[in-house]
Design a protein around this ligand. Structure first.
Ligand code: C5P
Length: 309
């Protein structure tokens, strides 16, 4: 699958990863999900998906990039599930077919919504490729069936998330934010982190509110105010499962970050910096310390999943 010419049979979509600037978590609901009050920012760390028309009933995927071998390519793959879900709601899986190629840049199981970004990209790509007339709100509803972060990967930019994190309202955000992302050697499973949260917070009730200072900082483009109010209620759970992350966070703050947090359920650690120069310096310093597997720089906010190329 190495298409060179642009045609109606081929669509390219780019989808962003995310960091939660605030992730406030309540006690588990009867369905096992946790109520959230969260602020998402989409980052310029993208997965690029190419979708090629395939014979009806055929759904295939190939992944490329750094950690591509860690992504399942069977029917559990979230992009394939997205394609099948869209097809099943618009005439049936046997009526359509698609072959995906995904170039991964978003860390796999890193707490940055990499799988959700691929699902969002697959929905946008297949709707276009198969000429399915679908509204953004219908796409969002399909996305929410696939995973709590998929609607945000469709929307992008900066948004407030309630419910499971899938009920979204855009947030006013001025300016650009420069991040350094430290990708540790260790892995973390999202359900395991939520389970540890339950153990650490047996009396958790409703999700606490996001800090008003964070929203004020975003509205005025004040990066230092934003940095002061970053909060992740899953961080103690992630640190208790992977104590090494505390060392990574200390190293980033010691090397000049305004603040450092675990991204989502981790293990990626996200450091907010004062500006692009500071991010370049911090990424160099962190690389030199050797506390993690890889370092990436990214800025946000950026748009959600969209056609390109
Ligand atoms: O929705 P998604 O499949 O991305 O969620 C992965 C897992 O994260 C869920 O199975 C659940 O264990 C946990 N989760 C949660 N509460 C949320 C979002 C995710 O407990 N609001």
């Amino acid at each position: 699958m190495k298409p060179t010419a642009r045609s109606d049979d081929r669509v390219k979509v780019r989808a962003p990863g995310k960091v939660n600037l605030a992730l406030r978590v309540g006690g588990a609901r009867p369905d096992g999900y946790h109520p959230l009050n969260t602020v998402f920012q989409a980052l310029s760390l993208f997965d690029d998906l190419t979708a090629l028309l395939a014979p009806a009933g055929e759904y295939r995927i190939e992944t490329l990039g750094d950690q591509a071998h860690l992504v399942p390519t069977d029917d559990s793959n979230l992009a394939l599930r997205a394609a099948r879900l869209l097809a099943s709601r618009h005439g049936g899986e046997d009526r359509y077919g698609v072959a995906f190629e995904i170039r991964k840049t978003i860390p796999v199981t890193g707490g940055m919504a990499g799988g959700s970004a691929d699902a969002a990209a697959a929905l946008v790509a297949c709707a276009h490729l198969w000429h399915i007339d679908i509204s953004p709100s219908e796409l969002e509803a399909l996305g929410a069936e696939l995973g709590a972060d998929v609607p945000f990967c469709l929307l992008g930019s900066t948004a407030f998330g309630r419910g499971r994190g899938d009920v979204l309202v855009p947030i006013l955000s001025r300016g650009g934010y420069h991040w350094v992302l430290a990708l540790p050697e260790v892995e973390l499973s999202t359900p395991a982190v939520f389970r540890r949260f339950d153990e650490l917070n047996p009396d958790a009730g409703a999700a606490p509110p996001v800090p008003p200072g964070l929203l004020e900082g975003l509205a005025s483009g004040d990066v230092r105010r934003v940095a002061e109010h970053l909060v992740n209620d899953l961080q103690p759970a992630a640190l208790s499962l992977r104590p090494h992350l505390a060392e990574v966070l200390d190293a980033g703050v010691g090397a000049g970050a305004l603040a450092g947090i675990v991204s989502g359920s981790g293990p990626t650690c996200a450091f907010l910096t004062a500006n692009e120069d500071a991010a370049v310096r911090l990424s160099g310093a962190l690389a030199g310390l050797g506390v993690c597997r890889a370092i990436r720089r990214a800025s946000g906010p950026v748009p959600g999943a969209r056609l390109f190329g």
